[in-house]
Design a protein around this ligand. Structure first.
Ligand SMILES: [Zn+2]
Length: 278
């Protein structure tokens, strides 16, 4: 948490507030938040001050503030990874001691980065592609076709759950949407990738895309109160989850109680009837 749909929600909802704003001042309250230039608060702030935010985009689970000089010359980007508990909001909505970075912008706008568990990271770089170079394909991009997925999965042998969590295999999925996608595709998380037939792969491909699209439409999942949208509101997809966090509740498809198992050290939710380990 947050995963692709939550980060996409953050990006879409931040963009109208941030686009075209100039960064006037930056405050950092926890040096280890700054991954590049590593733990150098002064250089981080000096680099950002005076640059303009020309766009707000996403790659995998990264928020990308595209930067420009004088609103025209591309400069690079400020990347933000929320990790477990990071929040990007347009007004103070967390405990003051959890505030790590504050961007003061033109037009009296302020962007706050809260991070209770301190795992979130921020980069400022002229070459964002270097930070993002290891990532696999975007599951909702036009380039991610069924033949592309078929080819990638045919080269793998491991269990499906850790494979889908691997950001180099496919970008943006985490524990929630892997469990949901595997349920929708009726595949057990311990199934080995090399045991899938063509029909299994097609169902998994379609399930991943449908699961992510539905979660984006619902503005993401707020589970354990960790994810909030830039305006402080919660997501609504928690009401639409089929298996994640639903242990002991009846499967919506067959009525069997949902089980919580462990796969590759991750808590995992399945319907034991709909997702047999064949
Ligand atoms: Zn079931």
């Amino acid at each position: 948490l947050p995963e692709l749909p939550e980060v996409e929600t953050v990006v879409r909802e931040l963009a109208p507030h941030l686009q075209g704003r100039r960064i006037l001042d930056v405050e950092v309250d926890w040096a280890r938040t700054i991954q590049q230039p590593q733990e150098d608060i002064d250089l981080f702030c000096a680099t950002l001050c005076g640059l303009d935010i020309s766009g707000v985009t996403r790659r995998a689970k990264y928020v990308i503030l595209e930067l420009a000089q004088d609103n025209a010359t591309p400069w690079g980007a400020c990347l933000i990874h929320l990790r477990m508990s990071g929040r990007l909001v347009m007004q103070p909505t967390g405990r003051p001691e959890h505030l790590r970075v504050t961007w003061h912008l033109s037009g009296r706008k302020t962007l706050y980065f809260y991070n209770m568990r301190k795992f979130g990271r921020v980069w400022v770089t002229r070459h964002p592609g270097q930070v993002l170079s290891e990532l696999g394909p975007e599951p909702l991009s036009a380039a991610f076709t069924l033949p592309v997925f078929e080819k990638r999965i045919s080269q793998r042998r491991g269990m499906l759950k850790p494979l889908l969590l691997n950001q180099q295999f496919i970008a943006g999925l985490g524990n929630i949407y892997v469990d949901e996608s595997l349920f929708q595709a009726r595949l057990h998380p311990k199934r080995k990738a090399d045991t899938l037939d063509k029909e299994d792969v097609r169902r998994l491909y379609e399930a991943i895309q449908a699961t992510l699209r539905q979660a984006i439409a619902k503005h993401g999942t707020t589970f354990d109160g960790l994810f909030v949208r830039p305006d402080g509101e919660t997501g609504r997809q928690q009401e639409g989850l089929a298996v994640y966090g639903q242990a002991d509740l009846p499967c919506a498809r067959c009525g069997t109680p949902i089980e919580r198992i462990t796969v590759g050290q991750r808590g995992t939710h399945i319907c034991p009837v709909c997702q047999p380990l064949v």
